[in-house]
Design a protein around this ligand. Structure first.
Ligand code: PHE
Length: 403
């Protein structure tokens, strides 16, 4: 079923045994939700951009990148799990759909010291109300002269503090540990100043986004990324739960060297726009962002966050499918077939039951598929037809045996 080549954005790419990007996914590359001014994704993007004055904005890069740009340039190990065909969409062995906006860091750093990059990113995943194989990220980075960073940053933070209003509670003390180390090449004072600037800038950004939360709680948790060290995730306390908002850290110096900027030191962060838009607008299901229904699209205005008014919830239709699984079975591959056959009509896929036959050692899986349209009632007859097609395709593509 794989064609000889895939054409996207007017360019053609030969396929090979790595090819796993499906037509359903490739179609999504034309949507560019972050460029539609009345779309919640774009509204959040624009609000965030307004808290980064003087940053150069990029939101127009092709989603097709090389594995070098997405992984190698960013110091991903050869065997990093992110590279797996079960997690990433490949056009062929060397060409893929970006899994994060960091894929453009190096290219942009050669021409800019303050940058924001927004783009659609692609990851193979399970199916539920908060996961979708396409989502949107914003990447930010700022570089300083390593020699004068301490002074430059101190001045900037003092000036900024003078025109800031509102309070924020954050665990600001930065503790450097062997597990989350300083890079040998960095001067400690310059690195710590850059971390202060990173945290200050991102605290200011969330405070603007959550302007209605009187008492926003923020915490910084040690993290690990191949392209930053030290690294942190920012979490905010939202409705009683700590919610991960972004990943960040001090840029690996090799990247700055490759960008032709060996004498700079810098921070970078990356955040997911859907997660913020879901909670800020009160949107119950991630599929809604892709809805073409006017009842969704007409609700929003540029520059304002207003609560989503749900249109009625339509009735679900639940179907189970059971099969004997095979050696290389991966849930993401199963979900891919489900998306391909049924599209956005599937709300949720759950593993209901799993057992290994004591004699044959074969593994049996039972998945429950929850079908529900967001804009109309579905009929049992129509879902039966889809389910029948799914049963066929699961056998064809995954070589499993239905039970
Ligand atoms: N690219 C990372 C991700 O997708 C986020 C990140 C960006 C982390 C920049 C650190 C610096 O998870």
């Amino acid at each position: 079923i794989t064609p000889d080549s895939i054409t996207i954005g007017g360019k053609s790419y030969p396929t090979d045994k790595f090819t796993n990007a499906t037509p359903t996914i490739l179609e999504k590359t034309t949507r560019q939700l972050h460029q539609i001014p009345t779309h919640p994704i774009a509204i959040i993007k624009n609000l965030i951009e307004s808290t980064f004055p003087g940053f150069k904005q990029y939101d127009n890069f092709s989603p097709v990148v090389s594995t070098k740009e997405n992984f190698d340039d960013l110091c991903f190990a050869e065997d990093h799990p992110g590279r797996a065909v079960t997690d990433t969409y490949y056009l062929n062995e060397k060409v893929m759909l970006r899994t994060h906006t960091s894929a453009h860091q190096l290219q942009v750093m050669t021409e800019s010291d303050k940058m924001l990059i927004t783009a659609d990113v692609y990851r193979r995943d399970e199916i539920d109300s908060s996961h979708y194989p396409v989502f949107h990220q914003m990447e930010g980075a700022q570089l300083f002269d390593a020699k004068t960073a301490v002074e430059d940053i101190r001045k900037e933070i003092v000036a900024d503090a003078l025109n800031t209003t509102g309070s924020i509670h954050t665990t600001d003390a930065t503790v450097i540990t062997p597990e989350n180390p300083k890079q040998d090449c960095h001067d400690e004072a310059a690195m710590l100043a850059t971390v202060d600037h990173l945290k200050h800038t991102l605290n200011r950004m969330v405070r603007a986004l959550f302007a209605h939360e009187k008492d926003l709680q923020v915490r910084w948790i040690d993290a690990q990324f191949p392209f930053t060290s030290p690294s942190w995730e920012m979490e905010i306390l939202y409705q009683g739960k700590w919610l991960e908002v972004l990943g960040s850290g001090i840029i690996k110096q090799d990247i700055l060297r490759n960008a032709g900027k060996p004498d700079k030191i810098g921070w970078a962060f990356g955040l997911g726009l859907e997660r913020l838009a879901l909670i800020l607008f009160g949107i119950p299901d991630i599929r809604l962002f892709w809805s073409q229904d006017e009842r969704f699209l007409r609700q929003f205005e540029p520059g304002t966050i207003q609560k989503f008014k749900a249109f009625s919830k339509y009735s679900p239709c639940i179907k189970d499918i059971s099969f004997w699984s095979t050696e290389g079975f991966h849930e993401n591959n199963f979900c891919e077939v489900v998306r391909d056959v049924a599209g956005d009509i599937v709300e949720d896929v759950q593993l209901l039951d799993e057992f290994t036959h004591p004699k044959t050692n074969r593994r049996s899986l039972c998945y429950r598929i929850n079908y529900r349209s967001m804009d109309r009632n579905v009929t049992n007859a129509e879902i039966n037809e889809i389910q029948e097609k799914l049963r066929e395709e699961v056998v064809n593509r995954m070589k499993v045996e239905l039970r």
